[in-house]
Write a protein that binds this ligand. Structure first.
Ligand SMILES: Cc1cc2nc3c(=O)[nH]c(=O)nc-3n(C[C@H](O)[C@H](O)[C@H](O)COP(=O)(O)O)c2cc1C
Ligand code: SF4
Length: 465
């Protein structure tokens, strides 16, 4: 168990040499390279050619139209900025496949009735990429069900994948229902239908999201569940595998299916995924073990998925695992370790997956704490075979033009970078505002943060929010 750190870990690295020194002092290793040209090199990905190695990781903006789930002007603005910034692959954020699986009132939903609005969004993104960079990009849409984190219309309505005493206690979900096998069978149809709509809208690929504790990720660790979707490895992975196989069957050859798959759902055995099959002494004990995640990812490789994205951990309980940061959400404990330690652990995990699956492009993520030194580390990692693509999450909220600046000026500008203050996560946590970068896009997202904060400190306002 890690002790809570009391130190603040503000970023004070100026040059690559400073990073090298800090890594040495902390006895850590992370590749880094001044040769950023590798980031502008194309990559063959299945039947597609990516114009460069920059990838926008899925980032929920919680800014959909609350009644229809269609993209709002703010959604369109975010994606236009990503395309104008030059990334070759935009991995669209989580879109709920059923209304009851939404994470909040403003999560995107793709339906027959709002299909035209998604078609327009895709067209706008592609035009923007052509206009600014004269290249065609690859667009993926992430499909999800929030499971125990479902809040349709903003009201919590958890649907669990399994009984999990650790999570049930913390989240006060002991009484929440467990989704039945029949409900899961129907849900498969909803994934397939939404995937079809995504292809009609013009997305190149769809991602069956299985990360961060949401429904499919929870099923991967559902040792305690009985029936067709729990117990054995085959049963626990059945939903994800069948969903991928069914979408693949209907998918035109010009499109593809992929998954952002978790390699760690960190609750103790027998409830977690990617954890060693030994029961710990305390409820919070778990040790990472990649055997099962690797087995699943190998099956995806054999199925011919052109790319697989990974992530790990529960952002709301252990953000230090997947979003190492200098700042913490209001009321949260300070991180138990230096952000660089978590950042390196994440990259080492990406490396282990990429080395085991050398022909499958694996992107990295979780580099935001490095600010303007992200490109050097991403370039070093690609050079040394740790990953194939440079994925940006918070960095893209703050600085969507980073790829363009690296391509044209040869470096990222420190004053435009994400400071990992965690306030975009705070907006999501408060559950009221639409999210984006409060620091670098302050005019728009400063008031959104303030709105969420004022409602949290005066719950009587929630009804009118
Ligand atoms: C506000 C916010 C929204 C996010 N939304 C999604 C999402 O929809 N789907 C997903 O797979 N990950 C989501 N993530 C995780 C990011 O894709 C990424 O893995 C994480 O931020 C770490 O990478 P970074 O250091 O580049 O930010 C989100 C993260 C944040 C902070
Ligand atoms: S609000 Fe902006 S600076 Fe803060 S973590 Fe989010 S993207 Fe980074």
């Amino acid at each position: 168990m890690m002790k809570q750190s009391t130190k603040s870990h503000h970023f004070n690295l100026e040059k690559e040499a400073d990073l090298k020194k800090q890594l040495q002092e902390m006895n850590l290793h992370l590749p880094h390279s001044p040769h950023l040209g590798i980031l502008t090199s194309p990559l063959k990905m299945g039947g597609f050619f990516l114009p460069n190695r920059f990838l926008i990781q899925p980032m929920e903006g919680v800014d959909a139209h609350p009644e229809t789930g269609a993209p709002s002007p703010l959604t369109v603005r975010r994606y236009r900025r990503y395309a104008a910034g030059g990334s070759g692959l935009i991995w669209g954020e989580a879109v709920s496949v059923v209304p009851e699986g939404c994470s909040g009132a403003r999560q995107l939903r793709l339906t027959q009735s709002n299909l035209k609005e998604y078609q327009k969004l895709v067209e706008t993104i592609r035009q923007e990429a052509y206009k600014h960079h004269n290249h065609s990009i690859v667009l993926i849409l992430q499909l999800t069900h929030s499971g125990r984190y479902s809040r349709p219309n903003g009201i919590p309505k958890p649907l669990k994948g399994q009984k999990n005493p650790w999570l049930d206690d913390v989240l006060k979900m002991n009484e929440a229902p467990i989704i039945t096998d029949e409900e899961l069978d129907h849900l498969l149809d909803a994934y397939v239908e939404t995937a079809q709509l995504a292809f009609q809208a013009g997305f190149d690929g769809v991602d069956v999201k299985a990360v961060h504790g949401y429904l499919i990720a929870e099923l991967l660790g559902a040792h305690s569940r009985t029936g067709r979707y729990g117990g054995s490895f085959e049963n626990r992975t059945r939903f994800l595998r069948e969903c991928i196989a069914r979408i693949k069957d209907l998918c035109p050859s010009s499109h593809f299916v992929t998954s952002r798959t978790t390699v760690l759902e960190p609750t103790p055995y027998p409830y977690g995924w990617g954890v060693a099959p030994t029961e710990g002494e305390s409820k919070a004990d778990w040790t990472m073990d990649l055997e099962e995640p690797l087995q699943l990812l190998r099956e995806m490789d054999v199925l011919g998925l052109p790319i697989v994205n990974i992530s790990m951990g529960f952002p709301r309980f252990q953000p230090h695992i997947n979003r190492p940061a200098s700042g913490t959400a209001i009321g949260a404990l300070p991180p138990p370790e230096h952000p660089l330690k978590g950042l390196v652990r994440y990259q080492e995990t990406v490396k282990e997956i990429q080395l085991n699956l050398p022909n499958l492009p694996i992107p990295n993520a979780a580099l935001a704490w490095l600010r303007h030194l992200m490109p050097e580390v991403a370039a070093g990692m690609i050079e040394e075979g740790w990953c194939s693509l440079f994925g940006m999450g918070r960095g893209a909220f703050a600085y969507p033009d980073l790829p363009r600046d690296v391509m044209r000026q040869g470096f990222a500008s420190p004053e435009k970078c994400c400071t990992t203050c965690s306030m975009c996560s705070q907006i999501m946590k408060d559950g009221i505002g639409r999210t984006g970068c409060v620091i670098r896009d302050k005019a728009i997202y400063g008031p959104e943060l303030a709105r969420g904060r004022s409602v949290q400190t005066n719950p009587a306002l929630i009804r009118n929010a």
